[in-house]
Design a protein around this ligand. Structure first.
Ligand code: PHE
Length: 453
């Protein structure tokens, strides 16, 4: 039991790991489409509302739980109150389940990166990739085969290697290397995107506000879902990461830095991607609406077409785009696994390596199933349920646990203020204990009504 807790080397190390977790597939392929699909420019209103009243407050709540109680999800909740330990397990479980399909997407991205290097970019690019990777011309119709597994297995081997080391040697080092590279790649993608002919039309399509969307509860659900997923809150990740932070380090400031870095990143990604979509539409002589699509198709069918149409450096931009997906995803996937690893270690006192063997082994097995058995068909459904129910309910219960049943938000607020430069006021308590749970309960209710009744 008495093993020392993992610890980040510095506060910067913690922030980098936290930003690494936040910036992931959610920022690059989820956000642009979510904005487009939920009212365009008008979506920014619910988005910022959710970010400021729920995303950042709950992020700080998680930081304060992990930092004050110095435990993984279950241990921190247990120290808050024995009754709530299960919530930490629930959150860690959701994160673990997501890691299974998250990795499959990274596997696709890795093989697309690989094929981008040598591709003779020609008119059949889109099919080229799918046939190379899946042996089929579309995502729906591939049969299980070995080559689909190769990138997934390679990535798992790498993640295994990272996770075996203590957090500061594994996760932190990974983020220190990959995050700066990722920012450079994003800048390249965005500049290329907005300087293409037709880009303006893409941006118009993205941002033209449809204010009627604001009356639709689904749009608000989407905003909360996006903010939570993108910031990595509600999964015990940030509780776990904060528990590795030195006792005296600042929390409030770190939280704000992480949140704005994350939003800035997705905003830039959306601009670059829609610029590029505008270009593709112009090249194909169709409206931008006709080329926009959701995550998987956007990244793996539409983007190859865009890269193919580029006037020069196709391979370079292909490698940059798909490589960015891989890098962004790697620093996130480690943070989907760490909550479960840390929770089991806290509970059993087992050595890190033993727990990592099991958790990474099981997660890898899970993703093999996804990668082979037409897993894409389940992916959307599972993603939907985990995010709209699992996650929103977990976040609501977190507020209920801290603010209503144990009434410890006040203590947590003082804890944050003791260690932080920026002091957080009453607004935080109000957001955590009233605004966020009330909004989440209403939205989950409306969501259930539209989907089930
Ligand atoms: N925030 C990550 C993304 O945007 C996903 C993630 C969620 C990672 C929760 C860890 C925990 O892709």
């Amino acid at each position: 039991m008495a093993q020392a807790r993992d610890q980040w080397t510095t506060r910067t190390g913690f922030i980098l790991a936290a930003v690494g977790s936040a910036i992931g597939l959610g920022n690059i392929w989820r956000y642009p489409y979510v904005v487009y699909d939920n009212g365009g420019g008008a979506f920014l209103l619910p988005y910022f509302f959710a970010l400021l009243t729920a995303g950042i407050p709950i992020l700080l709540l998680e930081y304060s739980l992990g930092h004050k109680y110095r435990g993984s999800g279950p241990l921190s909740f247990r120290r808050l109150s024995k009754k709530w330990e299960w919530l930490g397990w629930w959150q860690s479980l959701i994160a673990f389940l997501i890691s299974g399909y998250y990795m499959v997407i990274l596997g696709w991205a890795l093989s697309y990166t690989y094929y981008s290097f040598g591709t003779q970019w020609g008119s059949e690019t889109q099919t080229f990739f799918l046939e190379k990777y899946l042996g089929a011309a579309d995502f729906g119709s591939f049969t299980p085969q070995l080559k689909v597994l190769i990138p997934v297995v390679l990535l798992w081997a790498f993640v295994y290697y990272v996770m075996r080391q203590q957090a500061h040697r594994g996760i932190e080092k990974l983020a220190r290397i990959l995050m700066p590279l990722l920012v450079i790649m994003l800048v390249i993608i965005t500049i290329r995107g907005v300087t293409l002919p037709g880009a303006a039309e893409g941006l118009n399509t993205l941002f033209t506000p449809d204010f009627t969307a604001l009356a639709d509860p689904q749009v608000w659900v989407a905003a909360y879902g996006q903010v939570f997923f993108s910031l990595s809150v509600g999964f015990a990740t940030m509780i776990t990461y904060a528990s590795y932070l030195n006792k005296k380090e600042d929390l409030a400031n770190s939280g704000l830095v992480a949140a704005f870095a994350n939003s800035g990143f997705e905003f830039m990604a959306a601009i670059g991607i829609f610029g590029a979509l505008g270009f593709l539409a112009a090249q194909s002589g169709v409206g931008v609406d006709e080329v926009v699509n959701q995550g998987v198709i956007l990244a793996f069918v539409i983007f190859p077409q865009i890269i193919n149409e580029l006037p020069f450096l196709n391979s370079f931009f292909g490698v940059t785009f798909f490589g960015a997906l891989v890098f962004a995803g790697l620093t996130s996937i480690v943070s989907l696994l760490e909550p479960a690893i840390s929770a089991i270690r806290d509970k059993t006192g087992a050595a890190r390596t033993t727990v990592v063997n099991w958790i990474v082994g099981l997660a890898a097995l899970m993703s093999v199933l996804y990668a082979t058995d037409g897993g894409l068909n389940y992916l959307d459904t599972i993603d939907h349920y985990l995010n709209s129910y699992g996650l929103l309910i977990a976040a609501t219960l977190m507020a209920v646990a801290t603010a209503w049943t144990t009434r410890k938000v006040g203590e947590l607020q003082s804890h944050i203020n003791q260690v932080s430069d920026v002091h957080i006021g009453k607004w935080w308590v109000i957001c955590v204990s009233v605004v966020t749970p009330v909004m989440l309960i209403i939205m989950t209710g409306l969501n259930i009504r539209t989907e089930w009744l």
